[in-house]
Design a protein around this ligand. Structure first.
Ligand SMILES: Nc1ncnc2c1ncn2[C@@H]1O[C@H](COP(=O)(O)OP(=O)(O)O)[C@@H](O)[C@H]1O
Ligand SMILES: [Mg+2]
Length: 295
């Protein structure tokens, strides 16, 4: 089988390289495709996808990072071209499904509308709405609506700071995203789901309120028997969003005694999870894709 790995960098970054090696180990042929070099055409013969001048000739594809800080137009083009590819062969994760998860708001909205627990959250372009929400909640987290690794997340207790942030962002043409602050017990959960099962989960423990591994948290393996509800929530979230695999962030709130989904990552890193649990996600993701392609 020829399996593509789609990225935007000249040479594969670590996660893409590990997928390439897993494809080789399983006896298949990896093909590295760069998102910006992909073209798609609607023709009388049907939909055609090219990488530079060459038709893309693969049996399946794994989509990873298609680019950072893209204009909306370029982002949509890259997703659209991969959607053209996904009309012909299995693409994991499904590009249309990743559109929702790239956007923290639409991701949580979809989860909430299917009955999954998410924190109270506001999306706005209005500095007064931001101020009122902070006043009401007392403690909120501002997050970039498209973001990762904990970067940019800001804990706010002063409504005027929210006013200031939202007004400044509005002047730059950007919206604001605020969430009630959950009082976590010093950790949250990262649950890694492939297909309809959890392949590994960890507690991310930190003295900081941000428990990303990239922000210095340490990961400790968690078994299903320790947190069955967290595992179930994560599996349901991935299914609801139509993803094939994902890293789901779930936090326990001491104030309400309940679990909440913070976000679902369709392009999760796995180094921290592998260190904590010993599982090797790229191996399992490739196995999953091969099985899906055979069906
Ligand atoms: N509403 C919240 N209450 C308390 N902590 C939060 C909240 N939202 C995020 N965090 C902390 O910040 C981390 C990063 O937030 P997250 O929504 O997962 O964005 P990112 O894409 O940056 O990982 C979470 O893992 C969690 O530790
Ligand atoms: Mg996160």
């Amino acid at each position: 089988m020829k399996i593509a790995v789609i990225e935007y960098r000249k040479t594969p970054p670590k996660t893409a390289q590990e997928l390439i090696e897993a494809i080789e180990r399983k006896g298949h042929t990896p093909v590295y495709l760069k998102a910006h070099l992909l073209d798609a055409k609607i023709t009388t013969r049907g939909v055609e996808v090219y990488h530079g001048p060459n038709p893309v000739d693969v049996d399946a594809a794994l989509m990873r990072n298609i680019g950072l800080y893209l204009s909306p137009d370029t982002f949509l083009k890259r997703i659209g071209v991969i959607e053209a590819l996904a009309s012909k062969i299995p693409v994991v994760n499904n590009p249309t499904a990743t559109l929702v998860t790239r956007d923290k708001w639409r991701c949580l909205l979809k989860l909430h509308l299917t009955g999954l627990p998410v924190p109270e959250t506001l999306v706005t372009e209005n500095p007064f709405s931001a101020m009122r929400f902070t006043n009401e909640k007392k403690k909120v987290v501002y997050k970039p609506i498209i973001g990762s690794l904990g970067l940019g997340g800001t804990l706010i207790q002063d409504p005027d700071i929210s006013f200031h942030i939202t007004r400044s962002l509005k002047n730059l043409g950007l919206p604001s995203y605020y969430q009630e602050f959950l009082e976590k017990p010093g950790f949250d959960y990262r649950v890694f789901v492939v297909g309809d099962r959890v392949i590994g989960a960890m507690k991310r423990i930190s003295s900081s309120w941000k428990t990303n591994i990239a922000q210095g948290a340490s990961g400790v393996r968690v078994e299903e028997s320790e947190a069955p509800e967290v595992f179930q929530i994560a599996i349901k979230a991935v299914k609801t969003l139509g993803l094939d695999y994902a890293g789901v962030d779930v936090a326990y709130d001491l104030n309400t005694g309940k679990h909440y989904i913070l976000e679902v990552n369709a392009f999760p890193n796995w180094e921290g999870l592998r260190r904590a649990t010993g599982v090797n996600p790229p191996e399992i993701i490739v196995e999953y894709l091969v099985e899906k392609t055979k069906k």
